[in-house]
Design a protein around this ligand. Structure first.
Ligand SMILES: Cc1ncc(C[n+]2csc(CCOP(=O)(O)OP(=O)(O)O)c2C)c(N)n1
Length: 685
């Protein structure tokens, strides 16, 4: 497919198509108008929402759902369904209308009437896990498009692993101007083009309008050229012409690379005065405008009323893939037993528990017999060497820091455009795109993605990490170089506030293991937490292996545990994470020399500690006279562990460029400083 040379596509006035169709049986236009009517009525009733996009994209969506999309409303979890992502999540009424019209059982007309109300299946923006048929949570623009790239990668990888008989679907995306203006879109489309993701089809709502007004206020990118430059095929069409839409999608399905279809549309199509203007974007149209739209579209029906013939045409569209679903089930049943069981296990997101337990046990046994004083990023590589063969759904990667993040094991092959059977992705320098792509892979199902970058660049990935937490999906971020301990790269690369910032995200587990044994335990916990993402904050610098005795239990599961007891009744509790646990252990010795009994508690995961049963939490926090926290980061968040009365040894400024031992001295994160702080608190300083 080649781009249409013209950058403008004439769009027919809506009156003609609307009227013509009204006289036929149930043509395209009446089906599309049902979406428009539901969108304007629901937004009007809620007194909030975005009618313009659903009204503008109703034609495109109708063609897609009626003729192309492979889906079965009776089974929204059918693994081989096409994925449909509405990246412009503000147009949520488009997908809610489609789910209702095509017959998803949960999406009743009452749910449409309760648009944006508490507890309804029709929240303001589409929410994954809340509304059956919604494939990902969207609203923050750009994310859905990047998720779709991950879904398309996942499809290719799983097809390579299990065969086209059971994995062979497309991923369709509706993306708006806003989606394409967001930076993350560029990271995602560049990766998609590089990997030649030919089963990814983006339907761009090319309406030239955003909230502030005409797009020309802020943007003059030629999106067709931009996508082509990224290795996509791209075309421009009239997004209100059903034939043009159908032939563009049919062409796209044959493409050898991902496809952008720029659909020239009018926002608020049908509305008499607000059409084509930002006034249709994000507020109810109002009674007069709605009346005018009903006239324009020849839609004579009461609010929320879809006439029986139109509804039945839509329900038929919803039945269209039943045969394909049945055939797919037969092909699945025909797979060899072991292969089928493995496919089903992976689709359910169940772990190979025994294989993981064996891998963890063996790694711990080896560390007990041959302790390793290494950086936790290297410990993580050891953990991965054990886990990767045991957990085939793990797909690793790095944002161009593979050698620094230690996320690629020796046997791992890279995924390439020519061969998707590999298990490692070179994401390029694209942290945000990487995190959003990983979300899409996890959402597609059958894959547990993990990444690599520096902890300081978690800021670049944060919007996608937040959405992973909101959606409750299992993605694992390996973030190395986790403090001033990285040394000479200096303050630009030294995270200071990042642990606190990540801990502030609900439903995210932030692990900071102190040695090789804790690192493998934290990996195990990250894998076992099916409904939340994890970050593993790991060091660049070597650390002593503190856990020398073999422990079958996963001690990190408690979030915190006493790693070194006091001699007798503790006067002082020293709490530390990661690289600072060994500092605390040194401080304990200094205090012992002054006849002060101190215990050391390792706190690899604040979140797991916070949710531990109260007696357990109480026991590990203890009741020493003085609590001291040690972490080479800001104090924020620590009061929950040490109390507002506790002393804290950490960072209160940015770091500096120097060998790391000098930095620990300069910033006072030393055993002496910890012991002195404890003595002062005891009134002995
Ligand atoms: C990351 C992000 N920034 C800002 C917004 C707020 N917002 C919602 S829609 C929109 C832009 C609307 O323009 P467009 O994407 O073209 O959608 P249309 O008006 O065509 O529906 C903005 C800025 C958002 N949802 N996400």
């Amino acid at each position: 497919m080649s781009a249409n040379a013209s950058s403008t596509v004439a769009v027919a006035p809506f009156g003609r198509r609307g009227q013509a169709a009204a006289s036929s049986a149930v043509g395209h236009a009446r089906m599309a108008n049902a979406i428009r009517a539901l969108a304007m009525d629901a937004v009007e009733q809620a007194k909030s929402g975005h009618p313009g996009m659903p009204m503008g994209m109703a034609d495109v969506a109708t063609v897609l759902f009626k003729q192309f999309l492979k889906f079965d409303p009776a089974d929204s979890a059918w693994p081989d369904r096409d994925r449909f992502v509405i990246s412009a999540g503000h147009g949520s009424m488009l997908i809610y209308a489609l789910l209702y019209l095509t017959g998803y059982p949960a999406m009743t007309i009452d749910e449409i009437k309760r648009f944006r109300q508490l507890g309804s299946l029709t929240p303001g923006h589409p929410e994954y896990g809340h509304t059956p048929g919604v494939e990902t949570t969207t609203g923050p623009l750009g994310q859905g498009l990047a998720n779709a790239v991950g879904m398309a990668i996942a499809e290719k990888h799983l097809a390579a692993a299990f065969g086209k008989e059971v994995v062979d679907h497309k991923t369709y995306v509706i993306a708006s101007d806003g989606d394409l203006m967001e930076g993350v879109s560029h990271e995602a489309i560049a990766l998609a083009g590089h990997l030649k993701l030919n089963k990814l089809i983006v339907l761009f709502d090319d309406n030239g309008i955003s909230i502030d007004g005409a797009l020309s206020l802020s943007d003059s990118v030629d999106q067709v050229k931009r996508f082509e430059a990224c290795g996509w095929n791209a075309a421009r069409i009239d997004g209100h012409d059903p034939q043009a839409i159908a032939s563009a999608i049919a062409n796209a399905k044959k493409s050898d690379r991902p496809v952008l279809i720029a659909c020239k549309t009018k926002i608020g199509y049908g509305a008499p005065t607000k059409v084509g203007s930002e006034k249709a974007h994000g507020s109810p149209l109002g009674a007069d405008e709605i009346k005018g739209a009903r006239d324009n579209l020849a839609w004579k029906h009461a609010p929320f009323e879809v006439p029986a013939d139109v509804l039945s045409a839509w329900r038929k569209a919803g039945e269209r893939s039943k045969g394909a679903h049945t055939e797919w089930s037969k092909r699945l049943a025909a797979l060899e037993d072991g292969q089928r069981a493995e496919f089903e296990r992976r689709m359910k997101g169940e772990l190979p528990q025994q294989a993981i337990a064996d891998a963890v046990r063996k790694a711990k046994e080896s560390l007990a017999s041959t302790p390793k004083d290494i950086a936790t990023r290297s410990s993580s590589e050891i953990a991965l060497e054990a886990l990767i063969p045991a957990v085939p759904e793990m797909i690793g990667g790095s944002a161009d820091l593979t050698g620094s993040n230690n996320t690629r094991t020796k046997a791992m092959q890279a995924i390439t455009a020519a061969d998707f059977s590999g298990r490692f992705i070179h994401y390029g320098v694209r942290e945000h795109g990487m995190a959003a792509t990983m979300n899409g892979m996890a959402l597609r199902g059958g894959i547990i993605p993990y990444s690599g970058t520096f902890l300081v660049f978690s800021d670049y990935a944060r919007p996608a990490i937040r959405l992973a937490a909101l959606m409750g999906i299992r993605v694992i971020h390996v973030m190395t170089h986790d403090s001033i301990g990285l040394g000479e790269d200096g303050p630009t690369h030294q995270p200071v506030e990042h642990l606190a910032a990540l801990r502030a995200i609900p439903n995210l587990l932030v692990f900071r293991p102190c040695d090789a044994v804790e690192t493998i335990e934290c990996w195990q916990l990250a894998l076992e937490n099916k409904h939340r993402p994890s970050v593993l904050a790991l060091t660049r610098q070597n650390l002593p292996q503190l856990r020398r005795a073999l422990n079958a239990d996963n001690r990190c599961a408690a979030g915190a545990y006493e790693i070194e007891p006091a001699d007798g009744k503790a006067d002082v509790s020293l709490f530390a994470t990661g690289s600072e646990v060994s500092v605390a252990i040194e401080a304990r010795k200094l205090l012992a020399a002054k006849s002060v009994a101190a215990r050391v508690v390792s706190v690899p995961c604040f979140e797991l500690l916070a949710e531990a049963p109260e007696p357990q939490r109480h026991a590990v926090i203890g009741s020493a006279k003085v609590n001291v926290g040690v972490e080479a980061a800001v104090r924020q968040g620590w009061d929950a562990v040490i109390g507002s009365n506790g002393a804290f040894i950490g960072m209160s400024s940015f770091g500096a460029s120097a060998p790391y031992k000098d930095l620990y001295k300069k910033f006072g994160i030393t055993a002496e400083a910890v012991a002195d702080a404890a003595m002062r608190k005891l009134g002995k300083g």
